[in-house]
Design a protein around this ligand. Structure first.
Ligand SMILES: [Zn+2]
Length: 443
């Protein structure tokens, strides 16, 4: 009998309910193992460790991980292509699949799997699904892309483990998708938050009332920056709370096996990070020293259970705030990460100021009248301009509202006075996959 999640609250209670001390012992054991493993097998890490004169045995306690070198995205670009390159710890013949990033900015980042990696990943993903509340009998509409992107397959295959039925839709053909949603009545939906909101908007245009006409209970938005305001819109729009569900954040990346490194429980207070598989540090991206829980910093991960291509102290470029105060769901040893505030690379540099797009996002979405927005940063030497284009619901548009939005944006941005442009309803682009709301003109 397989362990179908009929009434499970936990997928692996012996792990998820561990005390912090127990978890730390497990981490120490796994870190020691993986440091030795990469040192013996990966030419990249052998070289790196030797350069710093560190040996796997130098790790006596968890903090000793700081003696070991960081791995950067640049390293992956330079040394992991094509099959896994100098990072690979197994013969190529042991690999069963690769995923990779789109590679729009250069060589793609490679995520190779052995059979064991695949099993590990599916198990972590099953844990994620049970944590958000997916059970046997659920119909999961999977709106993450299939193909080289890890999202589609990650959710697809793990659904079988918990006994849910999956509809492998992928991305696009929204009109047909809406028909299918009414006919099949999925109870769980994945996909980018932008796409979940776009579907909602299309339904409302067609006079469909998702709250009444759909059985959707849980959505699992991810793969792009989103905020508490986005959550509120998705939960209200689909009526998720009324059905005892919600919109729950998932985190992951090709470098960490795929989605599933962390996920939110029913308390929706940030995603639990599965630190039995991935060791997590949060550092100041400039000084590289650790920051305290509650402070903003860059996530640095060490994969402890990957076989084909483990990563040691990989700098994700993702900025978060860690909460180690425990959680009512019982997974108290697993820290929670508050929203990913953005990628280090997402920060907009404009006239000496640093601007997080997530701040603009959060400010604007607080206004229910705002349907969509776009940020245009013109850095031309002739003067330049920081423009925020805002699309308002025409039924709720007013001069007072516009003034209020401008004032709030100015308050949020402090060092930059944005030029705010209001555009008619329906003019700004919508997104069926990842949103691209920022346009930078380099001048
Ligand atoms: Zn929890």
């Amino acid at each position: 009998m397989s362990k179908l999640a009929v009434d499970r609250k936990y997928w692996e209670p012996h792990i998820e309910l561990m005390r912090r001390r127990e978890l730390e012992e497990l981490q120490l054991k796994r870190l020691r193992f993986i440091l030795r493993y990469v040192y013996e097998r990966s030419p990249f890490y052998r070289r790196k460790f030797n350069e710093l004169y560190v040996k796997p045995d130098d790790l006596k306690k968890l903090e000793d991980i700081r003696k070991f070198p960081f791995t950067t995205k640049e390293d992956l670009r330079n040394y992991s292509y094509p099959y896994g390159g100098d990072f690979l710890c197994v013969p190529r013949e042991e690999l069963i699949c690769w995923h990779m990033t789109s590679g729009t900015t250069g060589r793609p980042t490679i995520g190779p799997y052995t059979f064991k990696d695949y099993e590990t990943w599916m198990n972590i993903m099953a844990r994620c699904l049970v944590t958000v509340g997916v059970r046997k009998g659920d119909i999961l509409l999977n709106l993450y892309g299939y193909g080289l992107f890890t999202g589609g397959l990650g959710f697809h295959q793990s659904s079988h483990l918990v006994g849910a039925s999956v509809i492998p839709w992928g991305v696009g053909r929204t009109e047909a998708l809406i028909n299918l949603m009414r006919d099949f009545q999925p109870t769980v939906m994945t996909g980018t938050p932008s796409y979940q909101l776009y579907i909602l908007e299309q339904m409302q245009k067609q006079g469909i009332e998702p709250r009444k006409e759909l059985k959707l209970r849980i959505t699992i938005p991810g793969a792009e920056m989103w905020t508490e305001e986005t959550r509120r819109r998705i939960e209200d729009g689909y009526g998720l709370k009324e059905k005892d569900g919600g919109a729950r954040n998932v985190y992951g990346a090709t470098e960490m096996l795929g989605p599933g490194a962390g996920i939110e429980c029913e308390y929706e207070q940030g995603f639990h990070f599965w630190t039995d598989h991935i060791f997590l540090e949060v550092i100041d991206p400039e000084t590289l020293s650790p920051v305290e829980p509650g402070e903003q910093g860059e996530m640095v991960i060490t994969t402890m259970t990957k076989e084909a291509m483990p990563l040691i102290r990989y700098r994700t470029r993702d900025i978060t705030v860690l909460d180690t105060s425990g959680c009512e769901c019982g997974r108290e040893a697993f820290p929670r990460c508050r929203w990913i505030i953005g990628r280090v690379d997402d920060v907009i540099h404009y006239k000496g100021a640093k601007i997080w797009p997530s701040m603009i996002h959060e400010t604007l979405l607080r206004f229910p009248e705002v349907l969509e927005y776009q940020i245009i940063v013109d850095k031309s030497p002739a003067g330049g301009r920081f423009t925020v284009r805002v699309e308002l619901d025409k039924k709720r548009d007013s001069t007072a509202k516009r003034e209020q939005i401008i004032a709030e944006l100015r308050k949020a941005l402090i060092f930059v006075t944005p030029h705010v442009e209001f555009v008619p309803e329906g003019t700004l682009p919508r997104y069926e996959g990842k949103a691209r709301r920022i346009i930078i003109k380099e001048g």
